[in-house]
Design a protein around this ligand. Structure first.
Ligand SMILES: Cc1ncc(C[n+]2csc(CCOP(=O)(O)OP(=O)(O)O)c2C)c(N)n1
Length: 696
């Protein structure tokens, strides 16, 4: 490394230290920074990692202590201040804690040369959530260079930064397993300061040293050493990056660093002994770096003093600019939850790279007569096949999805046809499946992960929830559109608490996601095409009792430009006497019940839960004045409650009867059919409820 390199690194270290001191001593006491996280002690290791990571397509997933790294890869000092100050110019526009970082190549400061602008994936406040998106980015880098033959992606890496506490999280192990089995260019940087807030690292991993414990892990280079000694730290950083870039194996790099202040501004460190504090002070990288710069004769004492003064001056100039920056406008706080044409994301999905859809043949031509009746599962498979065929960015994966073709059969033969790189099995980790999808989507791919059954999305909820808020959290700059396919609901003959959960209401609460819940093969095809070509993350719920039954069978729209927009319900029966609003499998029970009660009932198939078609609901309420909302998800706080309350609020004057809700009892789905059928709304119960509604 040259003198120039070292001075650049020193600048990052000194400026980061200066920012922390200004925050701690001025901005926090003045109430201008409301939540402070210091990087004191971690600066040198991070600055050296930033120095090594210069590939345009590197993707780093950082954590709240990563500000030195952020400065090193091009976040301006002004932006670094603007975040914690909550300014509109911060990377989240004042929405998120200033140290929950992200950086798109466009957002890097002018100081960074174009070729050095890596992407910092939107981080989140959830410790451990950074690992699997970084692993997904690494897998995408390999895919884009080796399968899509994009030379620009060759050698790109995924990098995660964390503390020693984070190595106990599910995400760490999910990413470690996947990246080592797939030999991904992935670097796990663990900055071990001995504590996770107050909890010592011996409670996170045996004897407190994750590197020691992973020495015999398969296909992993383990590096372990000082994160404060300039030359030793630099050597470790260089070795880790060159090893991963060359695809020799993933790397775990543990840097031993001190945490010189409390976990956050509110932490007084009473749990550390005086000896521990003194030992940490002795390991402070700043005086060590000063001594190194003098010893190497990069600077004289006087030059060093003036260098540090310059750093402080630059920092204060930027602070003045950040302080003068605009505060966020209150009305902006709800912007960018979903995709909007006014602000396409600059990173993630097809839109950021302006991928054009092909000119599909026009609908309505002679081909439409070729529409064939298909089961819903066949329709899903066929759309996946079509989209895989025209769109090289589409990847289909999950547990048993590859060779076997999925436990429900939705991907049978797709691997044989499209190759193992595009349709593949994953390790048994739902967090890994969804976190990987986030990284892939951010890297411009279109992931279509399968979660085997609704209940098994539970381990992925952190990644799912965080994915949904990426656009909002980054002020519209990033998005991770994907289509997560999940079979839901009871089976044809039986159920149980694990494979038969419906649970769309939980998803309706995960902000930023669209939800499709089709009742037949045709709608499934049209909605799936919309979702796969869309720009928002989408849950695609496939009801198990419709997958291969006559109820779900419908004419498959062979023309590939046949799509169904989200938020448009279908009126499947026309009537005047009452309305039933339903979706999924319950839609079919609604139709039967309507017929059993003499017909002339409006039956609406909502088709999508988010967004849902308020206009159609309004219309039907105005027309019939008697509404039954029916669903398979449990009753309390089920989505039917949302619709019923909306009707009460907006359609009250049209109503001739109280809005009725019918849903599964508030208990798990049971195995024995007697028990299951008693809990889920049966045809008899629906018909009874409808009759009483009609006679109210
Ligand atoms: C999932 C989750 N659990 C708990 C927390 C609260 N929390 C924030 S930081 C932290 C400790 C992390 O320690 P470590 O990984 O060692 O990083 P360090 O702060 O020491 O740099 C905890 C428990 C969180 N943010 N996310």
């Amino acid at each position: 490394m040259t003198k120039h390199d070292w001075l650049n690194i020193a600048r990052t270290v000194f400026i980061s230290r200066c920012i922390d001191t200004i925050e701690e001593t001025e901005l926090v006491p003045a109430g201008k920074v409301l939540y402070q996280f210091s990087s004191k002690g971690h600066e040198l290791a991070q600055a050296l990692m930033a120095h090594e990571l210069r590939h345009t397509h590197d993707g780093a997933a950082v954590y709240y202590r990563s500000r030195p790294f952020m400065l090193g890869v091009g976040m301006s000092i002004r932006t670094a201040f603007a975040g914690p100050l909550g300014k509109a110019t911060g990377r989240s526009g004042g929405r998120d804690i200033g140290v929950v970082h992200n950086l798109s190549p466009d957002g890097a400061s002018e100081r960074t040369a174009a070729g050095e602008r890596i992407t910092v994936l939107p981080s989140s406040g959830d410790v451990g959530s950074q690992f699997t998106p970084a692993m997904g980015w690494a897998q995408a880098a390999v895919y884009r260079s080796e399968v899509m033959k994009e030379n620009a992606w060759e050698g790109a890496c995924g990098i995660s930064f964390s503390g020693d506490g984070a190595v106990a999280t599910n995400g760490f192990w999910a990413a470690l397993g996947a990246s080592t089995t797939l030999n991904l260019p992935m670097i796990f940087v663990v900055e071990d300061n001995g504590f996770g807030i107050s909890v010592p690292s011996v409670l996170q991993t045996p004897n407190g040293n994750i590197a020691e414990n992973l020495k015999n892990f398969g296909n992993l280079l383990v590096l372990d050493g000082s994160g404060t000694d300039p030359e030793a730290t630099a050597a470790l950083a260089k070795k880790a990056v060159s090893h991963a870039r060359a695809r020799k194996s993933p790397v775990l790099l543990r840097f031993v660093v001190p945490r010189l202040v409390g976990h956050s501004g509110a932490d007084n460190q009473a749990y550390k002994s005086a000896e521990q504090r003194a030992d940490e002070e002795r390991r402070d990288p700043v005086p060590i770096l000063r001594a190194f710069l003098l010893k190497k004769k990069f600077l004289t004492k006087a030059e060093l003093a003036s260098f540090e003064e310059d750093c402080e001056r630059e920092t204060r100039t930027a602070l003045a600019l950040a302080l003068a920056d605009a505060e966020p406008a209150p009305e902006d706080g709800t912007k960018y939850v979903f995709s909007t044409p006014e602000k396409p994301q600059s990173v993630g999905g097809m839109l950021a790279e302006k991928v054009q859809l092909p000119a599909f043949p026009q609908a309505g031509g002679a081909n439409e007569t070729n529409d064939v009746r298909l089961n819903m599962i066949e329709a899903v498979k066929r759309v996946l096949d079509e989209e895989l065929s025209w769109n090289p960015r589409v990847l289909v994966f999950g547990e048993d999805v590859g060779v076997k073709g999925g436990v429900h059969g939705a991907t049978v033969d797709l691997q044989r046809k499209h190759g193992v790189e595009r349709v593949f099995d994953t390790s048994l980790s739902e967090e890994g499946i969804i976190g990987r999808s986030v990284g892939m989507a951010l890297a411009g791919l279109v992931p279509v992960p399968e979660i085997q059954f609704r209940k098994y999305a539970d381990p992925a909820m952190e990644q799912l929830n965080d994915c949904g808020t990426i656009r909002w959290r980054t002020n519209g700059d990033f998005a991770a559109p994907m289509v997560v396919r999940i079979p839901v609901g009871i089976g044809k003959r039986t159920g149980d608490p694990w494979h038969s959960v419906c649970g769309e209401a939980v998803f309706a609460h995960s902000v930023g996601w669209r939800i499709a819940f089709p009742s037949n093969a045709r709608d499934a095809a049209g909605l799936m095409r919309s979702a796969l070509r869309g720009n928002d993350p989408t849950y695609f719920l496939e009801h198990r009792a419709l997958l291969d039954t006559a109820q779900g069978r419908a004419l498959f729209p062979v023309q590939q430009d046949f799509t169904i927009p989200f938020g448009v319900a279908a009126r499947v029966r026309e009537g005047q006497r009452a309305s039933i609003i339903a979706w999924g499998e319950m839609l079919h029970r609604a139709v039967e019940a309507a017929e059993r009660c003499g017909g002339d009932i409006d039956v609406l198939d909502l088709r999508t839960i988010i967004p849902w078609d308020k206009d159609a609901v309004y219309e039907t309420a105005r027309k019939t004045g008697r509404i039954l909302v029916l669903h398979e998800d449990t009753h309390t706080a089920g989505f039917g409650g949302e619709i019923a309350s909306w009707i009460a609020e907006h359609c009250f004057t049209f109503l001739d009867a109280p809005v009725q809700r019918l849903a599964t009892a508030d208990c798990p789905i049971a195995y024995h059919p007697n028990l299951m059928n008693a809990a889920v709304p049966s045809l008899d119960v629906i018909a009874q409820r409808l009759s009483s509604l009609l006679t109210f």
